[in-house]
Ligand binder design. Structure first.
Ligand SMILES: Cc1cc2nc3c(=O)[nH]c(=O)nc-3n(C[C@H](O)[C@H](O)[C@H](O)COP(=O)(O)O)c2cc1C
Length: 181
């Protein structure tokens, strides 16, 4: 159960042994997410550090993300299946659930992981040959944990930042819209 609490968006990646890092269990966990009418609308494309295609996805990511992303081993691009005129909200939700499963399995397996939304959709789609009717939902970096002492100052501070959440009352109530919402 602690996996839920231990998962964190890590900036502490070490890009050693990236060739041998397996994401099989992570992808399998994603596949077992629930989805509306069991449509399994997620499509996942992984790129591995060291390849030209990884470099393209890195460059399509925002500069602030590149700082830690460049040391990750694998980036999984979560996108939707090809959409004509479907209920996009449900499809996005389903893909998000798959991504959460993936993050929990990565955490369970001791892999650093970090979801991010800072990327240029057109560049990501072009690099990976994603069809126009598919939407990119989330990118997920996975890798091996680095040595925090080797991190540059900016990342060291982020790595040690205490993770916080709002009070439960601000987000949850019984029976009606909460007083503290
Ligand atoms: C949809 C989405 C987009 C995100 N985009 C970024 C991002 O572009 N850069 C980043 O550093 N973190 C990003 N994050 C990570 C969040 O900042 C992080 O989940 C949040 O601060 C809570 O921290 P935690 O994941 O360690 O609990 C994103 C997370 C989600 C779910």
């Amino acid at each position: 159960m602690n996996t839920f609490y231990n998962r964190k968006s890590s900036v502490n990646f070490s890009n050693t042994d990236c060739e041998s890092l397996s994401i099989d269990a992570v992808v399998d966990a994603a596949m077992w997410a629930p989805s509306s009418r069991n449509r399994q609308p997620w499509r996942m494309i992984a790129v591995r550090n060291g390849s030209e295609i990884f470099r393209k996805i890195l460059n399509a990511s925002s500069e602030s993300n590149q700082v830690w992303l460049k040391n990750s081993c694998v980036i999984i691009v979560f996108c939707t299946f090809e959409i004509d005129d479907m209920n996009v909200n449900k499809i996005f939700l389903d893909v998000g659930l798959a991504a959460q499963n993936a993050m929990l399995m990565a955490t369970e397996n001791g892999l650093a992981n970090h979801p991010y939304g800072g990327w240029k959709e057109d560049q990501v789609k072009e690099a990976l040959n994603i069809p126009e009717k598919s939407k990119v939902v989330l990118l997920l970096a996975i890798g091996t944990e680095g040595d925090p002492d080797q991190l540059p100052d900016e990342l060291y501070v982020k790595h040690n930042k205490v993770r916080e959440r709002d009070s439960i009352q601000a987000h949850f109530a019984w029976d009606e819209w909460g007083e503290h919402f």
